[in-house]
Structure formats: structure tokens, C-alpha cells
Ligand binder design. Structure first.
Ligand SMILES: Cc1cc2nc3c(=O)[nH]c(=O)nc-3n(C[C@H](O)[C@H](O)[C@H](O)COP(=O)(O)OP(=O)(O)OC[C@H]3O[C@@H](n4cnc5c(N)ncnc54)[C@H](O)[C@@H]3O)c2cc1C
Length: 442
């Protein structure tokens, strides 16, 4: 007997899940989205010869699930410009180059005394594994206030636009938390992993879809064909006998419903005790500002980008040197920077008007680069719903949700609000969700 599956939400999470289901032979499938077109928060804005990504722009590949899925749907991705891998940190009023290799430990990010303290890490006492600790507390305890505080700040900013004192170490960077608690030393464990890679496995590096994220979304939607229905805002999802009923512009019945929206939207749809728990999810509103112009007016270093340090006190969390690592994303002789600003540190930025945002962020970018800039291309994207924040208690929150899902066979939750905010995490979760559905329908 074939069972009907409906996916609510046609962002990357919903599209990945639907593609996995189709590849597994599930044919009676529908993806609905409130927006007319798929993609959710990801979109490639093309104007005046520039291509700016509204959200995700780069993918870390190879990755067990994402690489396999991209290959099977025929998505075209290429590595970023090899000469533009250098990362920088803006701290103490200057740009510090931080190579993506063990040499990073030598970068003048923190004073020598802080590095010596970090070197004592293997002798730091372990904590009870049951304790959910903040990223800041965990890294300071392991590596000392200097290096630990800096790394916690950069990790929280660079991935979550978040506050390291509120984010959970084990939920945001599980591999690092496991190295610190299980393997004894983050520094030694990290070096061991790199040396291990030298002997075999390929190290993941940043890649970009050739036609931008919109191109990738179009490829995914192409796999679905008429199974994607835009402009369908679901109002509620409820149980009906052994199946599920989705109310919206029409009533849809199905055997499995995958809610691939942000947890806040899932809370509205599902209501009840599950809705109360989902409604507790935290996010940080974030603003993306694209700044472009002739290269002499927007002079970017050759590199991947810069994160701002805790001492900088800026609304700008980081600047990606898009035209350095993806030269085709700006007209010849022109440069494009993508600034990520606001977040948990400066949530009010999302409510500022455009002129005020550009003045503030443009001034900060000039300070970071140490030179005036005069952009002729400006684009502002407000992510009001925000980037999910996996705060202390996130893993217990997931357990509560899983417990309640136990009584609701056929209901599945996926998306960046749950088990990883990166696109690769969405691919892993999509594969897991699809295989749960396939197992039950087999
Ligand atoms: C600034 C920024 C930079 C990023 N950079 C990277 C990066 O470089 N690399 C990386 O891997 N990741 C990056 N990410 C993360 C990545 O973009 C996200 O993981 C991903 O886009 C989230 O997809 P999603 O499908 O989970 O959610 P969404 O994109 O939010 O999709 C949810 C969908 O549900 C729909 N929906 C909501 N309510 C309803 C309803 N009632 N009925 C019907 N439909 C509904 C919405 O319309 C939406 O389309 C970045 C994110 C941001 C914000």
C-alpha cells in the first residue's frame, strides 16, 4: 500500500527531505509552502551583475549525506577560489590572518600567556558529562579566558550570530564538546583529526553552487515537478484516526506529515502540548548587507572573510569577501562584500531603516578594512524570524519533543531549528527523516 506524505515548508530542509523520499521511491508526495516559490530563507539576489546570497552561500563538502544528495539530483557545485581561503579576525583594531591549518595556533589572536594557558588543556579536570554547559564556559574552562573566550565568541558569531554565554557547547559544536570531554584535549584531538585526514579522508572545504543557491533550489524543485505547491499557507495540522489533516486554502489528508518550518511556525500549526514546547525555541534576528562597487571603491583583501572579535563592539559580526572567493559574483573589476550583522548581540538592528543600517554597517566595514569604502551596490535582507539559537537546554528540549512525537506516529519535524543550522545538517536530518518514513511505509 502506498502512503501519502505531505511536507509543509519548501525551504532547503523540506526540499531535501522530499528529494530523499522520491529517491527512495515514495511517489505520493506533496510539498506545500506559504511562499509562491521554494527556497525559504535562501535566495540568490541578482542585480546589476552582482549575485548576493540572502542566507546560505557556501557548502562544506564533501559531506556524507549532502554530497550524495547533490550528486544524485545532478546539482552543479564547485570549490571556492583556492587562493581565497584565508580567514581573518578583526581584533584590537586590526585584521589578524588566521590560517585554516594547525598554524592557526600561531596566529597573533591572543597574547602568549593566553596560549600557554591553552597548552595546559590536557590537564584540565573533566566535568560531569550530564551537565549542559555554555559554549563560553566550556571553552574558557578548557582553554583559559584568553583563547577560550575568543574561540567561543568567534564560533557563536560565525555560525549562529549568537551569544556564547547562552549557547550550549554540546548542541552547537558537538564534535568539539565531545573532544574536550571524551578525548581529553580539544587542541590535541583537533591536531590528531587533521593528521588523520592527511593519511586518507578529504578535508571538507567551502563550495558554491554554480548557479547560486537559487539554482540549487530550482534543481531540487525540478526533481519534484508538480509535487511542489507554492502559495499554500497551512493553518493547522491535526490527527485524524491513523492519519493527519492539514487545513489551509484546501484540506489535505495524508499518512505522514513532515513539518519543515521553523519551530515557531510549527508551534502555531500543531498547538497543544507539543506547540507549547516548540514555541520555546529561541532565535536571533539577523541582517545581511551586500556592499559592492568598483574594486578601488570596495577594496577587499584576497581571502574568505573576517569575523569581528569580542573587543570590537561592532554590530557587524562578519564580512564575507564574496568576489574574492567567487569571482563571478560581481562584474569584472568590481567587488562584493556580504556583511552579517545584528544577531543576539544587536537584535534591534533589524528594525532600523535602510539608511541607518547602511551608514552603521558601511562605517564598520571601512574600520575593519582600514580604508574608506564607497559602495554603488547596496542590498539589505532582514531575517526577522532569525537564526535558531541552540541555548543551554537545547538537547533536553529535543528530548521532550521526541518524547511527544512518540505518541504521534506519522508526524515528523525537521529544519534548521533542531539538529544543526548548516545546510549539511539539513541533508543529514532529511536522510534520517526519509528513512523513518520509508521504514514505516515498507
Ligand atoms: C545570513 C545567513 C547565512 C547563512 N550561511 C550559511 C552558509 O554559508 N552555509 C550553510 O550551510 N548554512 C548557512 N545558513 C543556514 C541556511 O541558510 C539554513 O540552514 C537553511 O536555509 C534553513 O532552511 P530550512 O528549510 O530549515 O528553513 P526555511 O528556509 O526557513 O524554510 C521554511 C519554509 O517553511 C515555510 N512555511 C512556514 N510556515 C508555513 C506554513 N504555515 N505553511 C506553509 N509553509 C510555511 C516558509 O515559507 C519557508 O519556505 C545561513 C543562514 C543565514 C540566515
Amino acid at each position: 500500500m502506498t502512503e501519502r506524505v505531505v511536507v509543509i515548508g519548501g525551504g532547503l530542509a523540506g526540499l531535501f527531505t522530499a528529494s530523499e523520499l522520491m529517491l527512495a521511491g515514495v511517489d505520493d508526495l506533496l510539498v506545500i509552502d506559504a511562499s509562491a516559490s521554494p527556497g525559504g530563507v535562501t535566495r540568490t539576489i541578482r542585480r546589476d551583475g552582482y549575485s548576493l546570497e540572502s542566507a546560505a552561500g557556501t557548502l562544506l563538502l564533501p559531506h556524507s549525506h549532502l554530497s550524495a544528495l547533490l550528486e544524485r539530483i545532478g546539482a552543479d557545485v564547485v570549490p571556492v577560489e583556492p587562493s581565497a581561503t584565508m580567514r581573518y579576525v578583526y581584533t584590537r583594531g586590526r585584521l589578524v590572518a588566521v590560517p585554516t591549518s594547525p598554524k592557526a595556533l600561531l596566529a597573533p589572536l591572543v597574547p602568549l600567556t593566553a596560549k600557554l594557558r591553552a597548552a595546559a588543556e590536557p590537564f584540565v579536570r573533566r566535568k560531569a558529562e550530564s551537565e549542559d554547559e555554555s559554549l563560553d564556559a566550556f571553552l574558557r574552562r578548557r582553554l583559559g579566558d584568553g583563547l577560550g573566550g575568543m574561540l567561543a565568541w568567534l564560533g557563536a558569531s560565525g555560525v549562529f550570530a549568537g551569544d556564547p554565554a547562552r549557547l550550549s557547547a554540546r548542541s552547537t559544536f558537538p564534535a568539539i564538546a565531545a573532544l574536550g570531554e571524551g578525548g581529553g584535549s580539544i587542541v590535541r584531538g583537533g591536531l590528531r583529526r587533521r593528521l588523520g585526514r592527511r593519511t586518507g579522508a578529504t578535508r571538507p572545504t567551502s563550495h558554491i553552487p554554480v548557479e547560486g543557491m537559487t539554482g540549487l533550489v530550482e534543481t531540487l524543485a525540478g526533481v519534484l515537478g508538480e509535487r511542489f505547491r507554492g502559495g499554500f499557507a497551512a493553518d493547522s495540522v491535526r490527527r485524524d484516526g491513523s492519519g493527519w489533516v492539514i487545513e489551509g486554502p484546501q484540506t489535505i489528508r495524508c499518512d505522514h506529515v513532515v513539518v519543515a518550518t521553523a519551530p515557531a511556525a510549527a508551534a502555531e500549526l500543531l498547538g497543544g502540548d507539543l506547540g507549547v514546547i516548540l514555541g520555546k525555541a529561541q532565535t536571533a534576528p539577523t541582517v545581511v548587507v551586500g556592499l559592492g562597487g568598483p574594486s578601488h571603491q570596495v577594496p577587499l583583501p584576497q581571502g574568505f572573510g573576517v569575523l569581528t572579535g569580542p573587543d570590537a563592539g561592532l554590530a557587524s559580526l562578519g564580512v564575507l569577501f564574496v568576489s574574492s572567493y567567487a569571482p563571478g559574483r560581481a562584474p569584472p573589476g568590481h567587488a562584493l562584500a556580504k556583511v552579517i550583522a545584528g544577531g543576539a548581540r544587536f537584535p534591534e538592528l533589524v528594525d532600523w531603516d535602510d539608511a541607518r543600517i547602511v551608514e552603521r554597517v558601511g562605517g564598520e566595514v571601512a574600520r575593519i578594512l582600514g580604508t574608506d569604502i564607497d559602495p554603488s551596490f547596496v542590498e539589505i535582507i532582514r531575517h526577522r524570524a532569525g537564526i535558531p539559537q541552540y541555548e543551554i537546554g537545547h538537547s533536553a528540549w529535543l528530548e521532550e519533543i521526541d518524547h511527544l512525537l512518540g505518541d504521534r506516529p506519522g508526524l515528523h519535524l525537521t529544519g534548521w531549528g533542531y539538529r544543526g543550522v548548516g545546510v549539511a545538517h539539513l541533508a543529514s536530518d532529511a536522510a534520517a527523516t526519509a528513512s523513518r518514513i520509508v521504514e514505516r511505509t515498507a
